[in-house]
Design a protein around this ligand. Structure first.
Ligand SMILES: C[S@@+](CC[C@H](N)C(=O)[O-])C[C@H]1O[C@@H](n2cnc3c(N)ncnc32)[C@H](O)[C@@H]1O
Length: 250
């Protein structure tokens, strides 16, 4: 039997969201669909990745998706500058920060690598601070947000840009596909302007309409393009990730 912390992680948040999780849980038990909702909560609190996230101090199970991507493609290295788009509640930022420091601690890096390592995170929602991570709150689609992000990057080319951004879905397939595509296209534009020539971009996207066009955009932009579905991403979710490495054009 898991405690409130697991329910909280199952609902997608960290300690920060504990109060909201309680409210959601209370509301759910009052609805007609309470059986379905209870089944959903039960499934989540028994989810091995939720339990693992709680044990390892991650704010969300999403951390393990990035870990699998990293294990498969060797993305995160000491001394890197990493930009984390759609970062809240902060599990990817936590993973990045830990990996950048751990690699250096293990002697795979050096002192210079530790001091130059940086994570710049951005989300439209607030995010509880993650030690060593610079956080900006803003809508990535807005020019003002982009300009604040560019100021934070301060002309230093990024080694890695990761985007787990997911828009609020309306349920209207064509509108949702367009929203998802727009965020991916903006992430590609940002990568073209700010990645090192041999840097990498990871984006989350969804199978269905728009997927093929986004793969085509990646192939036009990067020398190597790989789709990847982490085991920690639920089977029933159409969510998948694209990894692009090495810019074709500067
Ligand atoms: C699946 S969550 C990210 C989880 C995160 N990677 C983690 O590990 O904790 C998707 C995030 O994308 C953010 N997002 C969606 N649209 C955005 C936008 N236009 N600009 C910035 N963030 C956005 C949402 O607010 C949400 O926090």
């Amino acid at each position: 039997m898991m405690g409130q912390g697991a329910v909280n992680l199952a609902l997608g948040g960290g300690e920060f969201y504990l109060r909201h999780a309680r409210i959601i849980k209370a509301t759910m038990t009052q609805t007609k669909n309470s059986k379905v909702n209870r089944a959903w909560i039960n499934e989540h609190i028994n989810d091995p990745y939720v339990i693992k996230a709680q044990r390892e101090g991650y704010r969300a199970r999403a951390a393990f998706k990035l870990q699998e991507l990293d294990d498969s493609f060797g993305l995160v290295k000491p001394g890197q500058l990493v930009v984390d788009l759609g970062s809240a509640p902060g599990a990817w930022s936590q993973y990045l920060r830990r990996k950048l420091l751990t690699s250096a601690d293990k002697g795979q890096g050096d002192t210079a690598a530790v001091t130059s390592a940086a994570v710049i995170a951005l989300d439209i929602l607030p995010m509880e601070p993650v030690d060593g991570v610079v956080f900006l709150q803003g809508d990535f689609r807005e020019a003002d947000t982009l300009s604040r992000l560019e100021q934070a990057v301060a002309g230093r080319p990024a080694d890695l840009v990761v985007s787990d951004m997911a828009p609020n879905l309306s349920g209207i397939a064509s509108a949702d596909a367009a929203r998802i595509a727009h965020l991916v296209e903006l992430a590609v534009e940002f990568a073209k302007a700010h990645l090192k020539p041999d840097g990498a971009l990871v984006v989350k996207l969804f199978h269905g309409s728009g997927y093929d066009d986004l793969v085509r955009l990646f192939r036009e932009t990067f020398r190597v393009v790989k789709p990847f579905k982490p085991k920690s991403s639920r089977d029933r979710s159409s969510e998948t990730f694209l990894v692009g490495r090495g810019l074709k054009i500067r």
